[in-house]
Design a protein around this ligand. Sequence first.
Ligand code: PGA
Length: 237
Amino acid sequence: MKFIIFNWKSYLNFDESNFLTKFISKTNFKNKYNLIVAPSLLSLGFLQNKYKNVNFAGQNFDLYGKGGFTSFLPIFDLSENNINYALIGHSEVRQYRKENNSIVNRKLKLALDTKITPIVCLGEDLNTYKKKLTNDYLKKQIIETFDKNTQYSEVLIAYEPLWAIGSGMVPTNDEISKIVDFIKFFLKDYSFKKLKILYGGSVNSENLEQLSKIKELDGFLVGSASIKKSFINKFKL
Ligand code: PGA
């Protein structure tokens, strides 16, 4: 089953998130897609409580647990509220919150310990892409993120080139296939119970069909298009 993750970032207010989740909860995607919604933090707990038939993900969480950590999101707020997935290392978190590979590595461990399925975001910037150094860049991200002596359970990796996020630019199918093959090949020395590779970056109604032809992919991580009913309808049974 393909994973479709809707990353609502900070696009929607509380009422809009509620409205769209209600629409999703009444739509039948179940047998074909594993659809996961990552709403804003304020909406997350409320929506999870209200719409039991929808899967939710946190857009992020923090490394600190219970205690005097003003403004942080401890991971138990996700796990204890039946939120089974969380994004880790999204490029916007790396950029604006200065999250690096070492933090991503620690968050990944925490997610495994807490039985949260991590959605780890990897991807190169435009300069790296233009210099044809994408594989080297991803190799470094993988080495610094995953540990060879850890037995990972289910992990989703979202390959999201930074230059494709929110830009309308998308790599060719051939480029994405090759990168997915490369990631899988490079991760052969690591141990996963279940490993899924998704693509993210400017996926929309117009290019979804074309991108869906990439047989190596296990799904998509979608930002701005995922707040549109017309896009969500594409996954209806
Ligand atoms: P986008 O965002 O679909 O708006 O490009 C994807 C993402 O940031 O996960």
